[in-house]
Design a protein around this ligand. Structure first.
Ligand SMILES: Cc1cc2nc3c(=O)[nH]c(=O)nc-3n(C[C@H](O)[C@H](O)[C@H](O)COP(=O)(O)O)c2cc1C
Length: 352
């Protein structure tokens, strides 16, 4: 991190967290943040469910919910970015305050509840997207929807022609009963509906499923089996946790999903178990608590074909992206892997 970034982050931490986040997005849009452009090499270049990525480090959903910073984000060094969650109709989300920093824990608690401008507004921005860069959309459901499963399909229908992948997010803890859609019967019918819409799109967009970190081993195995049988293209593990184990931050009692450092082990264990359950037959994306190159690399060794992060950026700034990407490259070289794909899952046993 350079002096300017450290200064900027220092200022932002004194503001209300949601306002600070809005300002960082604005700084990105107005070109105040220096961006490295694409970071790649033959060793870093990889394929995720048929999508060619310049490197395996992605931006996790929730950072740019309304797709307002597509152009700068595709130049920020990420191998791919995920925007959203988008719901069919706009919705305000939960009352403020709904975002809390826990600096002692290098963690964040959020209970946004899918605040977003709705599928039509987000589709319009995606339609005007930059050509370069891999852009996916996180699909969500309206809080007051009579048929949440249909909501996911509806958002995909509205946006599918402009995106490179879509994520079915049934793991946000901030929309009541949403996580119930992770159960076998609900999930089977939900995925079938989404894939039917996908198969009618002009391009066969890969569809991923994003799961919670608070699942039992049996639930993980069941989700793996349903995902394989349904024919989806990958699983993102994981979303935020409801656990509050070992936290020191004053905001630890706030309701919502916890992300950042304390989530690393829990989410990596879920990833490794899912990798074992699916025998490496399903591409996995590892998310949760990444803030160092060792952690990003460890997710790959645990079974991830690519990784994503969000909370690490709150404390480490956008320059962390380049550090992670270069750090992964160094470790691949050190361990004798010519590509990311060669390393995937080779350290899984440590997490089982
Ligand atoms: C403020 C905030 C908003 C988020 N919004 C979404 C969302 O809309 N959809 C989603 O699937 N995940 C959302 N997430 C979860 C992240 O994408 C990610 O899965 C989680 O934070 C764990 O990664 P991290 O520890 O690197 O942040 C959000 C996370 C945060 C901190």
């Amino acid at each position: 991190m350079n002096r300017y970034e450290a200064f900027g982050l220092g200022l932002l931490t004194r503001l209300d967290p949601e306002r600070a986040h809005g300002l960082s997005l604005m700084a990105l849009r107005t070109g105040l943040v220096a961006l490295p452009g694409e970071i790649t090499s033959p060793r870093l270049r990889t394929s995720l469910a048929g999508i060619d990525l310049p490197n395996p480090v992605g931006l996790a959903a929730g950072f740019d919910k309304n797709a307002t910073a597509l152009d700068p984000l595709t130049r920020a060094g990420f191998g791919f970015i995920e925007v959203g969650a988008a719901t069919p109709r706009p919705q305000p989300g939960n009352p403020r305050p709904r975002l809390f920093r826990l600096p002692e824990d290098r963690a964040v608690i959020n209970r946004f509840g899918f605040n977003n401008e709705g599928a039509a507004a987000i589709a319009a921005r995606l339609a005007a997207r930059p050509e370069r860069g891999v852009i996916g959309l996180n699909l969500g459901a309206n809080k007051d929807s009579a048929n949440r499963a249909q909501d996911f399909a509806e958002v995909l229908a509205a946006t599918g022609r402009w995106i490179d992948f879509a994520t079915v997010n049934v793991s946000s803890p901030n929309t009541e009963k949403l996580r119930d859609l992770q159960g076998r019967a609900a999930l089977e019918s939900l995925l079938a509906g989404v894939l039917e819409v996908r198969d009618g799109l002009p391009r066969r967009v890969p569809v991923f499923l994003k799961i919670a970190p608070d699942l039992t081993d049996d639930e993980i195995a069941e989700i793996g089996a349903v995902a394989l049988a349904a024919g989806i293209n990958g699983v993102i593990a994981t979303n935020t946790t409801l656990s509050r184990d070992g936290l020191g931050g004053a905001a630890r009692g706030e309701a919502g999903g916890l992300s950042g450092a304390p989530l690393f082990e829990r989410s990596t264990r879920v990833l490794a178990r899912l990798s074992r359950a699916t025998e490496g037959r399903l591409p996995l994306i590892g998310v949760g608590g990444i803030s160092t190159p060792d952690q990003a690399y460890e997710k790959i060794l645990a079974g991830a074909s690519a990784v994503q992060l969000y909370t690490g950026l709150v404390f480490g700034g956008l320059s962390l992206v380049g550090e992670l990407v270069r750090g992964i490259e160094d470790r691949l070289l050190r361990d004798g892997f010519a590509t990311v794909a060669e390393a995937v899952g080779t350290g899984r046993e440590r997490w089982l």
